[in-house]
Design a protein around this ligand. Structure first.
Ligand SMILES: [Zn+2]
Length: 234
């Protein structure tokens, strides 16, 4: 009953870190790459859309729009706006985000590319927004995860239709749910199994690596690649 999804990140073919380092040896190469991607149809003014632009001698804003008479750069109006982070660091952050199966945390990005942890967090928010391929944005902040079981009154079924097991959850439908402590947003999914792999995949797919995850003490969540806190059931 699990929903079939499009091939995930594990199927994406990419370049190696070494190739990335060779492709972007300096700031200029990274800036040109962003310009090619963002202005695929030719350079245009981010404010008025005019193509009547020229190169300017302004240090931070290397282009000039002759129509609305303003300077701009490839950062203007994009995910890179109002950021002092170099183009090369952005390239690396995007690479790490897109190639990391379980997502990259702000702490890891902070260490890997040498920006402060708050800056890394801000960059990841922007990158997720720009590259999000799911309809639902992942949960951030603090979330609670729990499993519930519905239906399947085994005792009432005819003997030959009963499932062979003594556990109380057999024959019932399992649902794993997640609730944000900040926004009360809820996400739930019917699952065939409530084993470690199924439950952890659900959590990883729906959260960012900075999400703090509260679960019961079920061992199914041990080793979860998130900040994980177990709370006792009373
Ligand atoms: Zn303009």
């Amino acid at each position: 009953m699990t929903v079939k999804k499009a091939p995930g990140k594990s199927y994406r073919k990419g370049i190696t870190m070494l190739e990335l380092a060779e492709k972007f040896p300096d700031e200029e190469s990274a800036r040109l790459w962003f310009e090619e991607k963002i202005w695929a149809d030719g350079r245009c003014c981010p404010r008025c859309g005019s193509k009547k632009t020229s190169e300017a001698s302004h240090a931070k804003m290397p282009y000039w729009c002759t129509d609305c008479r303003s300077y701009f750069s490839v950062r203007t109006g994009t995910l890179l706006e109002s950021s002092k982070v170099s183009f090369r660091k952005w390239v690396w952050a995007i690479y790490l985000h897109l190639t990391s199966l379980k997502g990259v945390s702000s702490m890891k990005l902070h260490r890997d590319i040498g920006v402060s942890q708050p800056t890394a967090w801000y960059m990841l928010q922007r990158i997720r927004k720009a590259f999000e391929d799911d309809d639902e944005p992942p949960f951030d902040g603090e979330v609670e995860v729990d499993e519930s079981y519905f239906g399947g009154k085994e005792a009432n079924k005819h003997a030959d239709k009963k499932l062979n097991a003594g556990r109380g959850t057999v024959g019932k439908t399992a649902v794993v749910g997640m609730k944000s402590r900040d926004t009360n947003k809820v996400q739930a999914q019917v699952v065939e199994r409530t084993d470690k792999e199924t439950l952890q995949d659900f959590v990883v797919e729906n959260t960012t690596p900075d999400t703090i995850v509260y679960t019961d003490e079920a061992t199914a969540y041990s080793g979860l690649p998130r900040v994980h806190l177990a709370v006792g059931h009373t």
